[in-house]
Design a binder for this molecule. Structure first.
Ligand code: HPA
Ligand code: ZN
Length: 338
């Protein structure tokens, strides 16, 4: 339809994207071979046999934790700075091809450090790709470092020590701080002190919350962690008072409705609270989350939402305009994105 063409041409910002979630099976297998990484293939169910068996498994995730199992396994093929640069560069070229002009990208150092890949190696590769994206694609990139909720808190504190020792919040190497992984057993208040410590550096704060748990976790993250943005925030739709608070404070939800369907946090895309957020004037962006695992990059997500909700041009302008306004880039860049 006409609107699909408009949505393709529309300059986009992506604000909820895990770089490790852009690891396509083809790159996964080629890096595994290069780095001599053996993936579990003696399963009764031979998931890592071929691209086809792997993609078939990706098509039947049953929950966030079921996905995270394959997500953490997959990224074990990433070893050198070059590997991280290749991963990020592949995503940036794809995103630029879909008219993404600015990307705010999560990464999970703890998942690499725990395998013996140093923080500095990860960052070196990601920064090289970021520079190429700006120079060759006119795509601006900001990185958001994430702690892993399911690991012992001292592990996350050690990562924060490393980031602070490098001065990476103070010098703008990293634009923000977030929190990911399993949600159910890890209420936000457990992370109050670490958020206070990072927040004192002046860096931006966000957290994955309200993905598989209810609106009470979104409230808790806002009240206790001082996040200025909420990643997912799906469950906010079930709480009218919270919606009012989000609208009044112009808090951005980095919404990933297709991810929510694939991980069974929503029965169908039709059940996504797109209209709820629009009607409540809650700011939200539409994002892909882990596109190599969920089978949809940002363009596909936009088109799926349009096919399902038949939004107007004014709706799209409001969504994308709000996303640009809430971007973690300078005012000059925001003006250029409009
Ligand atoms: N939720 C929590 N942790 C994650 C996700 C997600 O959607 N993607 C990658 N890590
Ligand atoms: Zn996510």
């Amino acid at each position: 339809s006409k609107l699909h063409e408009l949505l393709t041409a529309l300059p986009k910002v992506e604000q909820h994207l895990h770089i490790e979630g852009t690891l396509e099976p083809s790159l996964l297998f080629s890096l595994a071979a290069k780095n001599n990484i053996s993936l579990p293939s003696n399963d009764v169910d031979p998931v890592y046999q071929t691209t086809q068996t792997l993609l078939a498994r990706y098509q039947r995730f049953t929950s966030l934790d079921d996905f995270l199992h394959y997500y953490y396994l997959g990224m074990s093929v990433l070893i050198t700075a070059d590997d991280f640069e290749t991963l990020a560069w592949q995503y940036f070229t794809k995103a630029a091809g879909q008219n993404v002009r600015h990307a705010e990208v999560f990464f999970d150092p703890q998942a690499h450090i725990s395998r013996g890949v140093p923080y500095d190696v990860v960052v070196e590769g990601l920064l090289a790709a970021k520079k190429r994206a700006r120079d060759e694609l006119a795509l601006t990139v900001e990185y958001i470092v994430c702690i892993l909720r399911h690991l012992p808190l001292p592990d996350s504190e050690a990562l924060v020590d490393t980031v602070l020792s490098r001065g990476h919040f103070a010098d703008g190497t990293l634009a923000g701080f977030g929190m990911v992984s399993s949600e159910k057993d890890f209420p936000p208040h457990l992370f109050r002190e670490i958020y206070a410590r990072v927040g004192a550096t002046g860096t931006r704060l966000t957290s994955h919350v309200g993905e598989e748990v209810g609106p009470e976790f979104v409230r808790e993250a806002l009240a206790q962690l001082n996040v200025e943005r909420v990643d997912h925030g799906l469950a906010s739709a079930r709480d009218a008072d919270l919606l009012k608070q989000l609208a009044a404070s112009e808090t951005l939800l980095t919404f990933c409705p297709w991810s929510n369907v694939v991980l069974c946090n929503l029965p169908r895309l039709e059940d996504a609270p797109v209209r709820v957020f629009l009607d409540a004037r809650v700011r939200f962006s539409l994002n892909s989350d882990d596109p190599a695992y969920f089978g949809a990059y940002i363009q596909d997500v936009f088109c799926k939402v349009q096919d399902t909700f038949d939004l107007s041009v004014a709706d799209w302008e409001w969504i994308v305009g709000g996303a640009i306004e809430a971007s973690w880039c300078g005012q000059d860049r925001k003006l250029a994105l409009r």
